[in-house]
Design a protein around this ligand. Sequence first.
Ligand SMILES: NC(=O)c1ccc[n+]([C@@H]2O[C@H](COP(=O)([O-])OP(=O)(O)OC[C@H]3O[C@@H](n4cnc5c(N)ncnc54)[C@H](O)[C@@H]3O)[C@@H](O)[C@H]2O)c1
Length: 325
Amino acid sequence: MRAVADDLVLVTGAAGFIGSHLVARLLADGHRVVAVDDLSTGRLDNLAPARAQAGEGRLQFDHLDVTSDAFDGLVGRMRPAAIVHLAAQVDVRTSVERPLEDARHNILGTLQVLEAARRHGVRRVVYAASIAGYGDPPADRIPLTEDVTTPPISPYGASKRAGGDYVLAYGATHGVEGVVLTLANVYGPHQSTAGEGGVVAIFTGRMLAGAPCTVFGDGEQTRDFVFVDDVVDAFARAVRVPEAAGERLLVGTGVATTVTALFGHVAAATDYPHAPIVAPERPGEVRHSVVDPSRARSVLGWAPWTDVPAGVAATVAWAARAGDR
Ligand SMILES: NC(=O)c1ccc[n+]([C@@H]2O[C@H](COP(=O)([O-])OP(=O)(O)OC[C@H]3O[C@@H](n4cnc5c(N)ncnc54)[C@H](O)[C@@H]3O)[C@@H](O)[C@H]2O)c1
């Protein structure tokens, strides 16, 4: 068997929001990158900055579904040292309406990635899990820590949780080192208005267009908004820090921001003059959500840099430029 390529990282979901930033970061760190995406929600133009920055032969893109046999063939040909598995169906509503489709991407897809890793000697698989996997924990368990065991309340939460469990199980059973990063509400450039945690993208798009913006409920529900560049830094560390193997780590800021406060930050950055439209609270929505990132800090030496006003300003600046094109 040909040796594993030490500097090569394969990223699934690479043309998506987080994946496209991660590819750029891994290239900047000196890795060669194989970027895989089925382009179901991802966009090739998200990878344009990474492509422009990559030297000759350092970035390749493969338009593939991770559940296909072709994916296994690719891993066998390229022999990456690590896979960062971000490819997923990320829409909670889709998971409720079509749970089998959700499971095909999120559970079977993760298993296919792990099987390919096992067969072809990939040393490490880093997986993006979601706080949706922790359901709606009681108030006394917030901020959320890794030991919370409350069950998921959506098929998406269940499929993402299961994916992380499989990743750690492959470490125990087959020696494929697994790292599970459980992400809070990620936001930043390249995020689409659909899917999970898209409220920053939605407010930004609507406020830049001068369109009405809706806040559901009293606006006092809280979220832990973490900027994509900080999340990508956690992934870059998870690829290389030896002690991260076998860990499940929460990645967020530890700061709770109300939806009303977020509305204010986006309004300030876009000069939006209107008040929000207030609509009834949506059923099934978690009231408070914030994570304790202490473990990620100690295991990865990681800390978020970007507060919400700065991250929102960067997101608005990108969206305004993207809108001009
Ligand atoms: N954005 C967040 O706030 C957040 C929070 C928690 C967890 N996550 C997780 O982070 C990861 C990335 O999320 P994102 O926000 O960048 O979403 P995204 O939709 O922008 O990216 C997912 C990418 O995966 C691709 N994809 C989906 N199914 C595929 C398949 N079967 N084969 C190949 N490619 C496939 C899509 O085309 C897309 O480009 C996901 O695993 C998601 O569950 C995101």
